[in-house]
Design a protein around this ligand. Structure first.
Ligand code: 15L
Length: 274
C-alpha cells in the first residue's frame, strides 16, 4: 500500500459525519497520515490517523487543524437544509476560516464538498455541465454557491487550487429513483480525491460528483483532464430500488427537480429543526 501513498498529511474535515466515517479507511491509500477532524474528538483512530478536534467557526481551531497538512478534503459543515444561522456559521464563516488557514499554510490543494443542491431547481430532464447557472434549492444550496464563489476567488487572487465537487448522493448504495441518477460511491469519491491531488495542474474546476450512472443528470466532459474515471453504476441496484419504491409519483418534487425533496422544504427557523 505504501507505494500508493501520495500525500504526507491529509486533513479530512467532517470526519465524524456519515460520509467522513465511511471514507476514513479508504484514505490510507492516499496519505501517510490522515488528520481526522470534527466537532468532537475522535478516539477510534486507525494507525494512519491523528485527531484534531475543531469547530469550523473558530479561526484558531481551523488553523490548528490545517497546520502542516499538504492536502485538504473539506466535507465539514452543515450538510442538509436547516435554519440560516448554523448554516452561515459552518458553511460561510467556516469555509472562510478554511481558506484563510490554507493561505497561511502554503496553500495545500483543497477538495471542497459542494453539492448538487447548488443546481437543485434545474429539472431532472436537463443534462447539465459545469457552465450551468446556479439554481439553489435551499439555504444550504445557497451556502454552497457561496463556497464555490469563495474557492474561485482564492484561486483568482492567490492561485489556491481547489477541486469543487458538486456531490450528488454519496451513500453506501442508491435507495430511491432519484439516486439512480445522483449516486456517488465511496470508492469513486476517493478516486476523485486521488485525481484532484495528483493531476499536475488542478486549477479550480467544478465537477459533478456522481458515479458512472446510466441515468446521470450531469456531463463532466469539461473536466476530463483530471483523468477521473468513476467505476460504479447505480443501475446495478435497479432491482432493489424498484422493489423498495415500486411506483414513484412523477409529480413528486423528488422526481421533478435535480435537488429532489430539498425543493419542497420551507424556510426553517431555529428550533424547528433537529
Ligand atoms: C446533499 O448535499 C446532502 O449532504 C446529502 O445528505 C443528500 O441529501 C444529498 O445532497 C442528495 O441530494 O441526495
Amino acid at each position: 500500500m505504501k507505494g500508493h501513498v501520495l500525500i504526507k498529511k491529509l486533513l479530512l474535515t467532517g470526519a465524524t459525519g456519515s460520509m467522513g466515517t465511511a471514507i476514513r479507511p479508504l484514505l490510507a491509500a492516499l496519505a501517510e497520515t490522515v488528520v481526522v477532524s470534527g466537532r468532537r474528538d475522535i478516539t477510534d483512530l486507525m494507525p494512519h490517523e491523528e485527531s484534531r478536534k475543531a469547530s469550523l467557526d473558530s479561526a484558531d481551531d481551523v488553523l490548528r487543524a490545517v497546520d502542516g497538512c499538504d492536502a485538504i478534503i473539506h466535507l465539514g459543515g452543515y450538510s442538509v437544509e436547516g435554519p440560516f444561522h448554523p448554516i452561515m456559521q459552518a458553511n460561510i464563516l467556516g469555509l472562510y476560516n478554511i481558506y484563510e488557514a490554507a493561505r497561511a499554510n502554503g496553500m495545500p490543494r483543497i477538495l471542497f464538498a459542494s453539492s448538487n443542491h447548488v443546481v437543485g431547481y434545474h429539472p431532472q430532464a436537463e443534462v447539465l455541465d459545469n457552465t450551468a447557472l446556479p439554481r439553489p434549492d435551499s439555504l444550504y444550496g445557497v451556502s454552497k454557491v457561496f463556497g464555490e464563489a469563495l474557492a474561485r476567488f482564492y484561486f483568482e487572487k492567490f492561485g489556491q487550487q481547489t477541486a469543487i465537487l458538486r456531490i450528488g448522493s454519496c451513500f453506501d448504495k442508491p435507495v430511491d429513483h432519484r439516486m439512480l441518477s445522483t449516486w456517488l460511491s465511496y470508492r469513486d469519491f476517493v478516486a476523485f480525491a486521488r485525481a484532484a491531488f495528483t493531476v499536475p495542474v488542478l486549477g479550480c474546476p467544478i465537477v459533478y460528483g456522481a458515479s458512472a450512472n446510466d441515468r446521470s443528470f450531469w456531463d463532466n466532459s469539461k473536466s476530463n483532464y483530471l483523468g477521473w474515471q468513476p467505476q460504479d453504476n447505480a443501475e446495478a441496484y435497479l432491482a432493489e430500488v424498484l422493489q423498495a419504491v415500486p411506483n414513484p409519483d412523477p409529480n413528486d418534487p423528488l422526481h421533478l427537480f435535480q435537488g429532489g425533496k430539498f425543493t419542497d422544504i420551507p424556510i426553517l427557523k431555529e428550533g424547528n429543526h433537529d
